[in-house]
Design a protein around this ligand. Structure first.
Ligand code: 5AD
Ligand code: SF4
Length: 467
């Protein structure tokens, strides 16, 4: 059983964007070896942070390599959202005991670094750099300290007031450019480490978001995805005081930009103006990721989600009233402390009402510092597993029916994947559905094409290019 049923896994396989950062000018490392290996765990925010970290290193004369063996600087951009993610990273780090002395510089970045801090040095003494996701603007200085011979360096500030911006982001996806507009999180969901690991909410100014969008359009990107843990809580830090919906409209108006996405939206801050903007501006993608977490108001209260089941469903109803169909996806946590069978039934019935196009479902995992960590009435792991299976099964049935109804429809698709088999392609619709399709035409990567759906599966659609 996989943990997720979704329609929006990136279909990009076997493609490499190549580097679009500047050529190296000087070697950054005192040892003369300027190679780095960077591996990323976790969410889209982490993936994009890694693009920025790679950009910074490339700008300092480092060269990215594909294997740990070939690298002098080995960096892990880590996730700590659930216990399993954290364990995986510690087991990776364990493998480094075998390297003698200073052969490699091992660094831990991201959420686990922020959460564990100095303890990482205790547990894995061969690690020399620990830098949390709220301190990346200090990363170049930290690396310089290592280059000067410092044994260990750490960046763990949480109150970094600026967002981490760099001109030389090395973007991995040649078709969709990610752009952070708000960092951190000011909500206090009782299960979640993010407010501790990514610090308080900080928004970029609308002017800098628009300027970067123009640069991305000039570089050839036509699809932009705006990122934030609570992206729709965006507050323009400049005198223009643009609302999130206004910003969406302006980003979509930048010449060359054809599609604008955004993730993740928090239900509490989700207003009608966003739906109206999507209705009015075709370039705003018809997909909203609006995590509910639970269908039970009692559990939502205990999770400190700040909305009830009814309030959430009102937002769904508002989205369904839009003039064009908007695809909706969600996150669900099962096995939260004190969750009863009735609560699970409420989550299942919410799936029926909400009719999501995709759901990421997770077993609750107690996290350090969070207020839910020591809540009574923990649910046994086996029972969490059973509940997860029930949620995934129900959602699968819903997606089978929803996707079947799409057979015969035509979608515009941005082609972002090619199969080794000739004539087979993959792409994403504006609604973020994956379409695998056939075409007699060559060279479709990066193009927008019309695809008619001929067959459906729970997580994807199969179709043919309408030439
Ligand atoms: N346990 C399980 N799932 C979690 N998430 C966040 N914190 C936890 C946790 N402690 C899930 C939420 C969130 C998604 C990114 O991860 O569903 O929306
Ligand atoms: Fe975590 Fe809640 Fe903030 Fe999302 S809104 S990052 S779940 S605290």
């Amino acid at each position: 059983m996989t943990e997720r049923v979704d329609v929006h896994l990136d279909a990009l396989t076997g493609l490499n964007a190549g580097m679009n950062a500047r050529e190296s000018v000087s070697c950054g490392s005192a040892s003369g070896d300027n190679t780095f290996y960077l591996e990323t765990f976790g969410c889209q925010m982490n993936a994009h942070d890694s693009e920025k970290v790679a950009g910074v290193l490339l700008g300092r004369g480092y060269r990215q390599v594909e294997t740990i063996d070939a690298a002098r600087l080995v960096l892990y951009n880590t996730c700590s959202i659930r216990e399993k993610a954290a364990q995986k990273i510690y087991s990776r780090l364990g493998a480094y005991q075998k390297y003698p002395g200073d052969e490699k510089i091992i660094g831990v970045l991201g959420c686990l670094a922020q959460q564990e801090g100095e303890d990482i040095f205790e547990r894995s003494p061969w690690v020399r750099l620990v830098c949390g996701s709220a301190s990346y603007s200090k990363l170049p200085d930290l690396i310089e300290e290592l280059e000067r011979g410092n044994r260990r360096v750490m960046g763990l500030d949480k109150d970094t007031d600026a967002t981490f911006e760099t001109e030389i982001t090395r973007r991995d996806n040649p078709f969709r450019a990610y752009l952070t507009i708000i960092e951190g999180c000011d909500k206090a969901c009782s299960y979640c480490v993010v407010p501790f690991t990514r610090g308080p909410e900080r928004s970029r100014s609308s002017a800098s978001v628009l300027e970067e969008t123009r640069r991305l359009a000039d570089a050839g990107y036509s699809e932009i995805q705006l990122l934030g843990q609570t992206v729709n809580s965006y507050r323009d830090s400049s005198p223009r005081r643009m609302s999130f919906a206004e910003l969406l409209v302006e980003v979509a108006a930048v010449p060359g930009i054809r599609r604008v996405r955004f993730t993740t939206s928090h239900p509490r801050d989700f207003g009608r103006d966003i739906v109206e903007a999507i209705d009015a501006v075709p370039g705003l993608c018809d997909h909203i990721h609006l995590p509910v977490q639970s269908g039970s108001t009692r559990v939502l209260r205990s999770m400190l989600r700040t909305y009830t089941r009814e309030e959430y469903l009102e937002k769904i109803a508002m989205i369904r009233e839009a003039r064009r169909p908007i695809s909706v996806t969600s996150d669900i946590i099962v096995g939260f402390p004190g969750e009863t069978d009735e609560d699970v039934e409420e989550t299942l019935s919410l799936l029926d009402v909400a009719q999501y196009d995709g759901v990421y479902a997770f077993q609750y995992s107690p996290r350090p510092n969070t207020s839910a960590q020591h809540m009574p009435d923990a649910i046994p792991e086996e029972e969490k597993g059973r509940r997860l299976a029930r949620v995934l099964d129900r959602q699968r049935e819903i997606q089978i029916v929803r996707n079947e109804a799409l057979v015969g429809e035509t979608f515009e698709v941005l082609v972002d994947g090619a199969s080794r088999r000739a004539g087979q392609w993959a792409g994403h619709s504006s609604s973020n559905r994956i379409l695998n399709f056939t075409s007699p035409q060559p060279g479709l990567l990066g193009q927008y094409v019309q695809v008619r759906v001929t067959r459906s599966a729970p997580n994807s659609l199969v179709g043919e290019h309408v030439v």
